[in-house]
Design a binder for this molecule. Structure first.
Ligand SMILES: CC(C)(COP(=O)(O)OP(=O)(O)OC[C@H]1O[C@@H](n2cnc3c(N)ncnc32)[C@H](O)[C@@H]1OP(=O)(O)O)[C@@H](O)C(=O)NCCC(=O)NCCS
Length: 164
């Protein structure tokens, strides 16, 4: 069991790998949640990312990290936060967090979010906000364990067409 997971500023090669991974992952989540059609999902995902990160790693107000196991030095995942204003307070919005499959359920996400709290405080943020898809029960369990509370819940029900 590792003892620490650290946040290290993402490098340019890591950023290029991040873009190639996050575009299809976000597209798949949008399809799974019923918000986008499969045919349009990849293009929309890439467009949203381009709009959020027009200058890549140098985009003002955006902070991207590689997560490292402090003991081994191995890269175990990634984390992306963005500066937002919420009720007049500067908060960090978590756009993306991912732990590599081989490193999951070892406490890396828990420790990364604990490290993120210290990092966010140092950057002058007063809170952390995030969105989680309704189908992502594992992430919801993680955030509940970390003390996050739900602020918005979107719901949907399929209704069959009326019978003739
Ligand atoms: C969600 C994710 C970041 C969790 O990372 P992780 O390092 O495996 O999480 P941790 O080991 O720190 O787990 C801490 C706790 O969260 C909960 N949890 C994490 N993954 C879970 C899962 N798949 N199912 C149920 N509970 C889960 C558990 O309570 C866990 O404690 P336990 O292992 O003692 O039971 C990881 O599964 C992931 O990268 N998923 C794909 C990307 C994603 O969904 N990101 C979140 C977007 S909102």
């Amino acid at each position: 069991m590792s003892t620490a997971t650290t946040l290290v500023a993402m490098t340019q090669p890591e950023f290029l790998a991040f873009v190639e991974a996050v575009v299809p992952a976000y597209a798949a989540d949008k399809v799974a949640s019923g918000q986008w059609r499969e045919a349009e999902a990849l293009a929309r995902s890439r467009q949203e990312l381009d709009e959020l990160l027009p200058q890549g790693l140098a985009t003002p107000g955006q902070h991207l990290y590689t997560l490292r196991d402090a003991a081994s030095g191995d890269a175990v995942g990634r984390l992306w936060i963005a500066e937002q204003v919420r009720a007049g307070s500067k908060v960090a919005y978590v756009y993306d967090v991912e732990i590599a499959v081989a490193h999951r359920r070892k406490g890396h996400a828990m420790r990364a979010f604990e490290a993120l709290e210290a990092e966010a405080r140092a950057l002058g943020f007063e809170g952390l906000a995030l969105h989680v898809f309704g189908h992502n029960r594992g992430a919801q369990a993680l955030y509940e364990k970390l003390g996050y509370r739900a602020t918005n819940i979107h719901m949907f029900k399929d209704i069959a067409p009326a019978k003739p």
